[in-house]
Write a protein that binds this ligand. Sequence first.
Ligand code: NDP
Length: 458
Amino acid sequence: MAISTVNPTTGVTEQVFEAHSTEEVERRIAHADEAVKILRGTSYAQRAEWMKATAQLLEAEAEELGRLITLEMGKPIAQSVAEVRKSAASMHFYAENAEKFLADTPLEDPSVVGASKAWTTYQPLGAVLAVMPWNYPIWQVIRFAAPALMAGNTGLLKHASNVPQSAIYLDTLFERGGFPAGSFRTLLIGGGAVAPVIADPRVKAVTLTGSEPAGRSVASIAADHVKKSLLELGGSDPFVVMDSANVPAAAATAVRARISNNGQSCIAGKRFIVHTDIYDEFAAEFARLMGELVVGDPMDPATQVGPLATADGRDELAGLVDDAVALGAQVLVGGSAPQGEGYFYLPTVIAGLNDEMRLVQEEAFGPVASLYRVRDREEALQVANQTAFGLSSALWTNDAAEEQWFLERLEAGAVFINGMTVSNQELPFGGIKRSGFGRELAAEGIREFCNLKTVWKA
Ligand code: NDP
């Protein structure tokens, strides 16, 4: 894919960028490696001061940067600006909490290991490569970079090829906030040029958010070089609604869970699994609300659903729906791409699914909701867990015993009860099964790219 900004609302190529040469990539890796030595000599207090100054830049530039996000990937403008503000808040959070999260832990009774004193201490690894996607072009990067830099690591960003202007903005952001030059550098390269960067001895670890094929490739190259990797891949999250649930509230939340970010979120509710006793009520309300959404220009504040980020993404989504319909599924609302320019797809609810359909197994990365009718909790669980993914899940019930039963059995990295999944800086984030491994955010996230050193003293 060319490194370019293509406005998904119009399909017009706005700007094309030349990829960095091998020499330029080498220069930037060297820069990040030199900065490791400088950052290591700084205190948490110093890094926190720089991080807060960087957050203030983001806050001040939120409106302008929001417009850039919407231009490059098409999410509604209010969501773009909110993404920038959330990123800034997360920088403050890590500025304030990094030292606490990475504090030394003493062994209570060192005599049991024959020591006068024993403890563990967290130390930075060095330069870490982040391979990042376009769906949250600022937040996905900041949720890696804020903890990484606070821990004393430096960051190298290989951003998705369709958000180069966001990548260029991020290249200078931390230096503008006061961090030593080289603390964070963007590499303008395609996916095919990532392997030698992972292999480079100055690069100590890699994190990737994106698709399963990209994750498999990056993690296997890292494994070849015995380097740590963290993968945050796709999801096909279940949204289970049981008969004790508040149905109107569940339906309204289901809409937000499905269409936020134009439906292109790994943690979106994608499969809506509904108890038969309330199925008809839920389906009617859900389809009504999905059908009423305002689809259009994402720069217009009234728009609730904008275009998909790329033509390929739109075609892939349409292919999943068409395949299901050809095999007998029923479209309750939507089910097609509207006429006209841009990569739009109508908010869709589809039911009557069976295992022959690709939609049942694959991730629908856009505003398409799959609806399943189930007779009891056993069947609900079976449908919820039948996917190869295991990122997050949502459960709607007012029965405490049922809640406990599900949360012990749902195969996912998280369960959100009577709500929808969102990422919070205070809570760990990550998946199991083919959704990846490792955790981002909270204390667990900052520790992923640290050496937990054990110290024993006679
Ligand atoms: P990709 O996984 O292809 O892109 C994500 C990032 O990985 C980009 O920076 C991309 O670079 C890079 N990349 C791709 N292939 C490789 C590779 N072999 N080696 C190294 N880096 C690589 O996602 P797509 O944009 O193609 O989206 C496809 C699907 O992935 C979506 O439909 C969705 O299912 C899933 N996805 C999940 C996301 C999540 O949040 N978990 C986010 C985005 C996508 P480049 O752009 O240059 O190819």
